[in-house]
Design a protein around this ligand. Structure first.
Ligand code: ADP
Ligand code: ASP
Ligand code: MG
Length: 464
């Protein structure tokens, strides 16, 4: 093998992802552009929509009345034009204006003949299309001495299935497409592209679900063979609990893939739960840091860490729904679980926690988290199908608290101290044992913040 070829494949290559607050306005984008310019290993940049834009697009996708529609479009125009003005590149302002007109028409016309979910994804994708074009121009100036930057339409490479609103990326196709259409471009320019957005095999626009840009960055990193993904956000790393919830929360320096995956799954919004799948499979290191204060450092997510604390962090996921399914016939017992899960699978409903007794199953669903593209999970249809074989009870306004760590499943101390701190608030459901990394339980939504603080203080507050 010739030397240059060898070097080409082994030069450090990194993907940087910037979340919504990091690209919320011109000043924020400029900070991120400087950060990219200071990191020569970063050749690919993935951006989210500017903060506030995806929420406005979701509202548009819910087919509001004309007044509400106008209000949402005004919000979007204000945010995007606020970046165009200081950028001062007339062709870019014209392009953004043109896309806003396209979006306006799409929103006014409604789904027409295309199906509702496909129409919504077309609308949702505009946020990242705006932010990536604008950011590429700001970065291009910053890199003018180093080949500049260009915007790339991720739909050329981010191949997914056709489940609009929560499309599943097809990693093998993505890799092949990245190798052909994206990797060769990175040697000339730094490429800026869209997170969250994909396209199915027919070229229809799809989206990966709320918060999906982190996942996009990891998928693209795997696609181009990068060694690292940098997730730049509004906090300097992954904390021992959501820093908005608890003053005592502290940044974690190093965390294992397994612990971080559980933390993300159980509600730490700082990382989309699927992000670590391509990272683990391709041995890509993940870093989480603050784009506003990069000097504060951040969290490294690695295959294994030196320290393996019993309790690493506490996560909280709000708005959980508990469904209890009581079999009406005990003799039915053998096939009962299978039948219940078959119904849920048919409706693409994913279940988080499960407990069973002799004649009933209790399971939790994340209704709010799954409704990014307007999907309702527990439709009348699902309830009717479940009702055919069982009596169904639905309880809402619950929150899932997860204590994350190592060998939690073997430690009496974790459950003992956890539940001692939860008292006197009632615990509605408990799950422990399937994973060495978590102990999960459900409490009333209203008690959740307090419970998290008490559990965090018990295990994770610094000794005074
Ligand atoms: P971005 O727009 O950059 O993707 P997000 O809002 O999706 O940012 O995620 C960052 C937020 O995640 C933080 O502002 C913080 O409130 C929240 N968060 C929840 N749990 C944690 C945690 N354990 N560590 C850090 N941040 C957390
Ligand atoms: N813009 C999308 C959202 O707000 C994706 C992301 O930010 O990761 O959900
Ligand atoms: Mg996010």
């Amino acid at each position: 093998m010739s030397q240059p070829h060898f070097q080409h494949h082994h030069a450090a290559l990194s993907v940087a992802k910037f979340g919504g607050t990091s690209v919320v306005d011109y000043a924020a984008m400029q900070r991120c552009a400087k950060l990219v310019a200071s990191r020569p290993q970063v050749r690919l940049v993935v951006v989210s929509a500017s903060a506030g834009v995806t929420n406005a697009l979701v509202a548009l996708g819910n087919q509001p009345d004309a007044a509400e529609r106008q209000a949402q479009l005004d919000t979007i125009r204000r945010i995007q034009m606020g970046i165009c003005r200081p950028l001062n590149e007339p062709e870019i302002a014209t392009q953004i204006q043109c896309w806003i007109d396209e979006l306006t028409t799409l929103a006014e016309m409604g789904p027409q003949s295309s199906d509702l979910a496909a129409w919504r994804d077309q609308i949702l994708a505009f946020g990242e299309r705006f932010s990536s074009l604008l950011f590429s121009r700001i970065l291009n100036r910053e890199l003018s001495q180093h080949g500049g930057a260009a915007c790339f339409d991720v739909r050329q490479v981010m191949r997914t299935d056709s489940q609009h609103g929560k499309a599943i990326p097809q990693q093998e196709s993505i890799r092949a497409l990245c190798q052909g259409a994206l990797l060769p471009r990175l040697s000339q320019q730094v490429i800026v592209t869209q997170g969250f957005v994909g396209a199915d095999g027919n070229g229809y626009t799809t989206t990966l679900g709320r918060g999906g840009s982190d996942y996009s960055a990891a998928l693209l990193a795997a696609g181009i063979g990068a060694q690292e993904v940098e997730i730049w956000t509004d906090v300097p790393g992954i904390f021992s609990t959501d820093p908005r919830l608890c003053d005592g929360a502290r940044a974690i320096r190093e965390i294992s893939f397994a612990e971080a995956a559980e933390l993300a799954t159980f509600g730490a919004k700082v990382l989309h739960p699927a992000t670590l799948i391509p990272a683990v499979a391709n041995d890509i290191a993940v870093f989480v840091g603050s784009s506003r204060e990069p000097a504060l450092g951040g969290t490294r997510i690695l295959a294994s860490t030196e320290e393996r604390p019993l309790v690493r962090a506490v996560a909280l996921r709000r708005q959980q729904t508990l469904v209890t399914v009581h079999s009406m016939n005990m003799l039915h017992a053998t096939g009962f679980l299978a039948e219940v899960f078959a119904i849920l699978a048919r409706h693409a409903i994913s279940v988080d926690l499960v407990t069973t007794s002799e004649v009933s199953i209790a399971l939790t669903l994340d209704e709010a988290g799954s409704s990014a593209n307007g999907h309702a999970l527990l439709t009348d249809e699902v309830l009717a199908e479940l009702g055919q074989l069982a009596r169904v009870e639905v309880e809402r306004n619950l929150a899932l608290v997860a204590v994350i760590g190592n060998d939690v499943h073997r430690s009496g101390a974790v459950s003992e101290h956890t539940f001692a701190t939860v008292v006197p608030d009632p615990v509605r459901m408990i799950c422990q044992g399937a994973s060495p990394h978590n102990l999960c339980f459900l409490v009333d939504e209203a008690a959740a913040d307090q419970v998290v603080r008490r559990v965090h203080d018990r295990f994770l507050s610094q000794p005074a």
